[in-house]
Design a protein around this ligand. Structure first.
Ligand code: ZN
Length: 312
């Protein structure tokens, strides 16, 4: 077992969590939540996306959001871009990092971005050039990396194929996204070990959704394999409110709570983060899946007088 002493958590709630919300969330609310995350100690935030405003109206205010974020500290602000046009917009806006994404399987990539895997990779070469000229690092995500809803298990050779291209384009790392929550500990272990063996110089980030309840279990598997980069969403936001089976990302407060209880550092103030998650609930006007924000950390004890006893 080679668990790390500390981990780096990227908050993806403002992008992955919000993108499929049908009601537009006020730009000022987005900025306030992101600044709350920064104040709580988040060092990496995927704050929005430079996709077509027609495709994702929720993130059409990406420039206004960026302009309102407190950038006096050293939090890295990354944005998703789908293509060269998005990369130019991201460079012009002054993001710290660009994230590109494609699906591991041909069928999901065609369905999602209407391109073959090789067409996506060719497009990323343009993004890499644009970002490189501006001195901005690029991180490459792979959606459906740990299971495809159309094709099932994803061969690790396919992950290796994409990761080698990412490395050769100078990307700073590869993200394995469990887009539809199909990962299990053996699936995670197989994928991570294969990439560590075949593309060892490319750091791996794990991005889990809690669709089948195994999100934090999969994080544990990643930790045991020495992974120290994870992505999560405040309050466990994500998924589509109209598609009950598409549940959200793993929850940032729950992830931070687990790390701290295991003696693994995050640099994040859990109490402050919980306050941000409660604010997300208020903004959304509904209960979110995050659990630690409801129960509190295990040693935030109750007064005996205040609690009625019950059998069971
Ligand atoms: Zn995701």
């Amino acid at each position: 077992m080679n668990r790390p002493d500390s981990v780096e958590i990227t908050e993806v709630g403002p992008r992955d969590g919000l993108q499929s919300e049908p009601e537009f969330i006020a730009t000022g609310d987005k900025i306030r939540l992101i600044n709350g995350l920064i104040a709580a100690g988040l060092k990496r935030i995927e704050f929005s996306s430079f996709v077509s405003p027609r495709a994702v109206p929720q993130l059409a205010d990406v420039n206004e959001v960026l302009a309102g974020i407190d950038r006096s500290g050293n939090t890295v602000l990354s944005a998703l871009v789908p293509n060269a046009r998005g990369a130019i917009r991201a460079v012009d806006a002054g993001v710290d990092e660009i994230v590109v994404f494609m699906s591991a399987s041909e069928s999901h990539n065609l369905k999602n971005v209407n391109r073959t895997v090789d067409e996506s990779l060719a497009g990323f070469a343009d993004v890499a050039r644009i970002a490189g000229d501006a001195g901005i690092p690029v991180h490459g995500a792979i959606a459906t990396a740990l299971g495809c809803p159309f094709e099932g298990d994803v061969p690790v050779s396919q992950l290796e194929y994409i990761a080698r291209h990412y490395r050769d384009m100078g990307f700073t790392g590869v993200g394995l996204g469990d887009t539809t929550g199909m990962a299990t500990p053996p699936v995670v272990q197989r994928a991570v070990r294969h990439l560590q063996d075949t593309v060892p110089d490319l750091p791996i980030t794990l991005h889990f959704h809690n669709t089948r309840g195994l999100g934090l279990v999969n994080v544990m598997t990643g930790l045991d394999e020495g992974i120290c980069r994870f992505e999560s969403s405040f309050g466990g936001m994500g998924g589509c409110p109209f598609a009950p089976k598409a549940t959200g990302n793993i929850c940032t407060e729950d992830l931070v709570y687990m790390m701290h209880e295991m003696g693994i550092g995050t640099g994040i103030d859990l109490a402050a983060l919980i306050e941000v998650a409660r604010e997300v609930e208020r903004v959304m006007g509904r209960e979110l899946p995050g659990q630690v924000m409801k129960a509190g950390p295990r040693l935030s004890l109750h007064s005996m007088d205040a609690v009625a006893t019950a059998a069971g």
